[in-house]
Design a protein around this ligand. Structure first.
Ligand SMILES: Nc1ncnc2c1ncn2[C@@H]1O[C@H](COP(=O)(O)OP(=O)(O)OP(=O)(O)O)[C@@H](O)[C@H]1O
Length: 317
């Protein structure tokens, strides 16, 4: 971690995980929003929390921020209760809406909020890091949605939090505003800050997170780098031209290659779905007359659909 411990009287004991959730449950009456969620995030990680509507992302992040309490399980932020972590400025959030006074200027907003913190970062530095120095004198109600999100980002930086939570921070921004917002966040993350963000956008998770945690119905259904998640969803597709391959014995041999889950033909082209493309390739190239072989990874979108859609019920939303 690269934060300055001289700024805060936080007891820095040992390398606690930034986040540790074990069997966390959150119910609202009959609705189980979070259903036994396990997750550990280490300091310095940039993690996307990805899932369809109603998957339990906001309910989980609200608990991390101490805005609500779990119905069951345990949840720790840097080894402590979330409220303690918030009070000590170790965790801060950029939420989607709210929290801004429209009559103030950008700089006034940051200055006023800084006065609420015991050990705030310098106002000008925070404006600079959020990329809003040039619009410091602009009234909040004249700022675009993207600029207002940068302002929320600046406010979240004031306590120099070790963990920054962003709940769908770019909803409603156009592509360019999203890209530039994330560039600022990534630059800031290079200082060693831990970042956990919820998003619906697969491309955003893919481009800006080191790790993607997919949730469905309040549980983690996949957790890894975007490549690992693609592989976990359904492996790879290997295509090759193989004249005469539709003969029964050849089909049986292809289906018996370890890792192959499906064999299809279109004319002379055979298509294998497999969790082990190396073995399939080796077999095709050494045991058959296959040529024009290509291997494709499934897209993150394929993985998202495969992992977040309940086969019994269809899409959640
Ligand atoms: N305060 C509440 N009272 C009752 N039900 C709630 C409450 N908050 C959330 N829920 C329900 O809990 C489930 C999970 O909602 P949550 O907002 O955590 O999901 P999400 O993944 O953040 O969804 P979205 O992407 O749409 O924001 C949903 O069924 C939602 O309707």
């Amino acid at each position: 971690m690269t934060t300055t411990s001289t700024q805060r009287p936080w007891p820095r004991t040992g390398p606690a995980a930034a986040l540790r959730l074990e069997g966390v449950v959150k119910s609202f009456g009959d609705v189980v929003a979070v259903n036994g969620l396990d997750l550990t995030v280490q300091p310095g990680e940039i993690v996307a929390f990805l899932g369809p509507n109603g998957a339990g992302k906001t309910s989980t992040l609200d608990m991390v921020l101490g805005l609500s309490r779990p119905t069951g399980g345990t949840l720790q932020v840097f080894g402590s209760d979330p409220l303690d972590a918030v009070m000590h400025g170790r965790v801060a959030a950029v939420m989607q809406t709210g929290g801004l006074l429209k009559d103030l200027t950008v700089r006034e907003t940051v200055r006023l909020t800084a006065a609420l913190h015991r050990h705030p970062a310098a106002v000008d530095a925070v404006l600079e890091r959020a990329g809003i120095t040039e619009i410091g004198d602009r009234r909040v109600d004249k700022c675009s949605g993207g600029e207002q999100q940068r302002l929320r980002f600046a406010l979240a930086l004031l306590p120099e939090p070790d963990l920054l939570i962003l709940d769908e921070p770019t909803t409603g921004m156009d592509v360019e505003a999203r890209r530039s917002f994330w560039t600022s966040i990534r630059q800031d993350a290079a200082r060693g800050r831990t970042i956990v963000f919820a998003t619906h956008y697969l491309d955003e998770a893919d481009a800006y997170a080191d790790r993607i945690v997919m949730v469905r119905k309040g549980r983690v259904v996949a957790d890894g780098s975007s490549n690992e998640i693609r592989a976990k969803a359904s492996g790879r597709t290997v295509r090759a031209t193989l004249p005469g391959a539709d003969a029964g014995s050849v089909v049986a041999a292809l289906a018996a290659i370890p890792g192959v889950t499906n064999v299809e033909f279109r004319g002379d082209v055979v298509q294998l779905r497999t969790s082990d493309s190396d073995t399939a390739l080796r077999y095709l190239l050494t045991q058959t007359a296959a040529h024009d072989v290509d291997v494709t990874s499934h897209t993150l979108e394929d993985a998202f659909v495969a992992l977040t859609v309940d086969p019994q019920e269809g899409p959640q939303s």
